[in-house]
Design a protein around this ligand. Structure first.
Ligand code: 6LW
Length: 540
C-alpha cells in the first residue's frame, strides 16, 4: 500500500510513538508554544488526528520569558500496564520531568521532576517490570547517553547512573531509546546534530548497561549523502511494532523548498518500514542504504480500519492503492472551544481570546506586546503550515476591529514574520502589510479604508508556493472569502525569509499562520481555511 511522507507535515519534530492494541499514539516537541506536546492518534500510521495535548496547564508548562525554541524539547511517549507516560525536558524550567495518565484523552498528572541533566529523556520497561530512564548526559566528565532505574510515577532515581554509550562516532549523541528484542537490549540514538548531518544509529547488548556493539551498517537512516533528495536531516527516531509483527520507524526530517539548503516548514514527522536482517539488525526502508522517499510502498497496519477504507485511492502514476491523507485545515469559530490546532506563543492570558459561537466570531484583545517583542506572549493564535502550496482565506470585521494592528501573519517567531492587517491610527482605518526579518522591519503598504466601507469586511488571502507568500485582500459586504470577488495583492515575502537556517539564533520550529492583535480588538469572522494546492512537478 502506498503512502506519502511526511505523515505529519509541518512543524512536528522529534516524534515518539507507542501502540496500544490497534491504536498508535505519537507526540512531538513544542518549544515556546502552549499547550505543549500534541498527541496524535492513528490506526494506519498515515491518517493522524490531533486529539489533544499532554501539557495543558501552566503548572505543567511554565514558559515565562522562554527564549525562541526554548521550552519543551524532545518527548517520549510510552504505555505500560494501563498507564501512559510522557517524559520530556523543559529547558526553560527545571529540566527533565515525567507525567502520566490512565486516560490518554483526559488530564495528565503534574510533573515529577528528575534529578538528571541533559535532554531527550526516554523510558523503557524490562521483562521484570523494572523501569529505566535514558537521556543525554555527562557522567564523570564524559558526555554521552546516561541510564539508570527510575520510578516512572515519582521520578525517583533507583540505581546508580551509568554512561551506556558515547554514540557510534557522530557528534551530539541524543534522542536515545532502548528496546528489548530477541534477548537483546537495542539502543537507538540520533547523531550528527539535527541539521544536514543528522542520522540514526543502532547498537545492542545483552546487558542494559552495556557494553553495546554497533550495527554493522550504521547509520540505519541518513540522508547525509543523499544530497539530491528533497528530504534531508533525517534522524531522531522511534521504533514501534504493529499488530501484524511489522516494524516501523517514525523520525524527523526536513523538506527543502528548492535546490537551496533551506526549509521553512520546520522539521516534520516521517515514516519508514523496518525489517530485521539475518543477524538481527534493523534495515530501514527498501533502498538498501538507509534512505527513504516521499512516496513509499509498505504493509501498513489497519487495513480494515475506517480511515483506510475511507482514504484509499488509486495512485494515478502507478495504478497502485494509496492511503490519502488530507492536510487541509478548516477552523470554525461557530464553536464553544478553540480548535485544537491553534496554539499560543508562551503562556496565554485567556481573557484576551473570546469565541462567540452564536455569531461565529473570534475576538482577540491585543496588549502593547507586539509581534516583534522577544520572550513575551503577544495576543496570537497559530496553526502549523503543513505544505508549500496552500491558500489561506479568512474574514475580519473592519468596524469592530479597533486594534492598532490586527490581522494574519506568516509567523516563524518575533524576528521573522510577514503580516497583513487592519490598522487604526489618528487618520482612521487602513489595510497594512509589514515584513520583519532579523532586525529589519517595515510597513511596506498602507491602503486607507474609506469611511463608507467601515461596515464592510476585510477578506484576507495568503497564497503560498515553493517561492514564497503572496498576501491579497478585498473589502466586501460578505464574510465568504470564496465569493466571486476581485482580490488585490498588497505584498509578498520569500520562504527564505522564514527559514530555520536563516534564523539568527539556533531554532527548531517552523512557519505558522497566526491570527494576532496589538493594542485593541481584532474581530475574525466565520473561521480560517487553508486549502492544499497541487504541488506542480519541480526539480530541485
Ligand atoms: C532535540 C534533540 C534534537 O531535543 O533537537 O533532533 C532537539 N534532535 O534531540 C530539539 O528538537
Amino acid at each position: 500500500m502506498l503512502y506519502k511522507n511526511p505523515i505529519i507535515p509541518g512543524y512536528n519534530p522529534d516524534p515518539s510513538i507507542c501502540r496500544v492494541g490497534s491504536d498508535f499514539y505519537l507526540v512531538n516537541s513544542t518549544f515556546e508554544f502552549f499547550p505543549g506536546v500534541p498527541i496524535y492518534h492513528s490506526r494506519n500510521l498515515v491518517n493522524w488526528e490531533l486529539t489533544g495535548y499532554c501539557l495543558t496547564r501552566r503548572s505543567q508548562l511554565e514558559l515565562e520569558g522562554c527564549r525562541n525554541s526554548g521550552g519543551i524539547y524532545a518527548p517520549t511517549i510510552r504505555y505500560h500496564k494501563g498507564t501512559f507516560y510522557m517524559i520530556t525536558t523543559n529547558v526553560t524550567d527545571k529540566g527533565n520531568f515525567v507525567i502520566h495518565t490512565d486516560d490518554i484523552n483526559g488530564e495528565w498528572s503534574e510533573p515529577a521532576w528528575i534529578d538528571q541533566g541533559g535532554i531527550d529523556p526516554s523510558l523503557f520497561w524490562d521483562d521484570d517490570d523494572k523501569c529505566y530512564y535514558c537521556s543525554t548526559g555527562v557522567l564523570d566528565g564524559v558526555r554521552g547517553i546516561v541510564a539508570f532505574e527510575i520510578d516512572p510515577l515519582t521520578g525517583e532515581i533507583l540505581s546508580d547512573k551509568h554512561l551506556i554509550s558515547e554514540g557510534c562516532g557522530g557528534q551530539c549523541a541524543e534522542g536515545p531509546h532502548i528496546y528489548r528484542k530477541d534477548g537483546f537490549y537495542y539502543l537507538m540514538i540520533a547523531e550528527g546534530g539535527t541539521e544536514y548531518a543528522h542520522r540514526e544509529t543502532m547498537q545492542r547488548s545483552d546487558n542494559i548497561y552495556g557494553p553495546y556493539i554497533p550495527c554493522p551498517h550504521n547509520p540505519i537512516i541518513s540522508h547525509k549523502e543523499y544530497k539530491k533528495s528533497e528530504i534531508q536531516a533525517t534522524g531522531h527516531a522511534d521504533l514501534v511494532e504493529d499488530e501484524n509483527g511489522n516494524w516501523w520507524l517514525v523520525f524527523l526530517g526536513i523538506r527543502r523548498f528548492s535546490h537551496a539548503l533551506l526549509h521553512n516548514l520546520g522539521r516534520e514527522t516521517f515514516l519508514a518500514p523496518v525489517t530485521w536482517d539475518e543477524e538481527g539488525w534493523p534495515v530501514v526502508g527498501y533502498n538498501g542504504n538507509g534512505t527513504i522517499e516521499l512516496v513509499m510502498d509498505a504493509p501498513l497496519p489497519g487495513s480494515d480500519c475506517a480511515d483506510t477504507i475511507a482514504n484509499t485511492v488509486i495512485d494515478k502514476s502507478t495504478g497502485l492503492p494509496l492511503i490519502h491523507a488530507d492536510h487541509s485545515i478548516n477552523i470554525d469559530f461557530h464553536t464553544d472551544s478553540l480548535d485544537k490546532r491553534l496554539q499560543f506563543t508562551r503562556n496565554p492570558d485567556m481573557s484576551r481570546y473570546l469565541l462567540n459561537s452564536a455569531n461565529g466570531t473570534l475576538t482577540l484583545t491585543g496588549t502593547d506586546i507586539t509581534l516583534n517583542e522577544p520572550g513575551k506572549s503577544p495576543t496570537i493564535l497559530s496553526f502549523k503550515q503543513p505544505e508549500f502550496t496552500t491558500t489561506l482565506t479568512a474574514a475580519m470585521s473592519i468596524k469592530d476591529s479597533d486594534a492598532r494592528r490586527c490581522g494574519i501573519a506568516a509567523y516563524y517567531n518575533n524576528d521573522y514574520h510577514y503580516e497583513i492587517y487592519i490598522g487604526n491610527d489618528d487618520n482612521g482605518k487602513y489595510i497594512g502589510f509589514y515584513k520583519h526579518i532579523h532586525d529589519m522591519g517595515a510597513e511596506l503598504a498602507r491602503i486607507p479604508v474609506s469611511r463608507e466601507d467601515y461596515n464592510l469586511h476585510l477578506l484576507v488571502r495568503i497564497d503560498t508556493d515553493r517561492e514564497g507568500y503572496t498576501f491579497s485582500y478585498a473589502i466586501a459586504d460578505t464574510v465568504n472569502p470564496g465569493a466571486r470577488i476581485a482580490y488585490e495583492k498588497i505584498g509578498s515575502g520569500l520562504n527564505a525569509g522564514l527559514s530555520t537556517e536563516g534564523t539568527r539564533t539556533m531554532t527548531f520550529t517552523g512557519t505558522l499562520f497566526s491570527l494576532f492583535a496589538e493594542n485593541g480588538h481584532g474581530v475574525f469572522e466565520n473561521g480560517v481555511s487553508l486549502a492544499i494546492n497541487p504541488d506542480e512537478n519541480y526539480t530541485l
